[in-house]
Design a protein around this ligand. Structure first.
Ligand code: NI
Length: 166
């Protein structure tokens, strides 16, 4: 296993649209293991393949307190959504920034698991937020794009400065 480099906003590669995974093979399994190591080390509760510059439809999530309950979603699709909730979100690609975002309260998602088996999951609260946030990454969308242009530009300037000073 290896820790991967996480792309930082406003890296243009974060706006790449991910392609579906054709086959859940050894290469995908290795990427899942590396992404999990990267997410836990950060530490974070969700990571999309897009964030490690792999542009395929793969996200991982772990919202458990013990960080021992890894959820893998390959080619995820939201089939039902309802309600609205506001949640303060953060992102490993936008370190140190936390902002309120409004998303569906409850979702039903269909995906393949790490073995390539199809499954359906009902999610609400933090888990629903997390899935929607990570799925946005697969569409090339970062959560700060929900904010006002003024706020987003401030964050962009801060991130560029942060990366320059590193
Ligand atoms: Ni994110």
């Amino acid at each position: 296993m290896a820790t991967l480099t996480i792309l930082n906003y406003p890296d243009p590669r974060l706006h790449t649209v991910a392609k579906p995974v054709k086959e859940v093979n050894a290469e995908i399994s290795r990427l899942i293991a590396d992404m999990a190591e990267t997410m836990y080390a950060a530490p974070g509760i969700g990571l999309a393949a897009t964030q490690v510059d792999q542009h395929i439809q793969l996200i991982i999530i772990d919202t458990s307190k013990e960080q021992n309950d890894l959820l893998v979603l390959i080619n995820p699709k939201i089939v039902v959504k309802s309600g609205l909730q506001d949640f303060e979100e953060g992102c490993l690609s936008v370190p140190g920034v936390y902002e309120m975002v409004s998303r569906a309260e409850k979702i039903t998602v269909e995906a393949l698991d790490k073995q390539g088996k199809k499954f359906k999951l009902n999610a609400e609260g933090l888990l629903a937020v997390c899935i929607q946030h990570e799925m946005d990454h697969l569409l090339g969308k970062v959560f700060v794009e929900y904010l006002s242009p003024l706020k987003r530009n401030r964050i962009k300037t801060k991130m560029v400065k942060l990366q320059r000073d590193r």
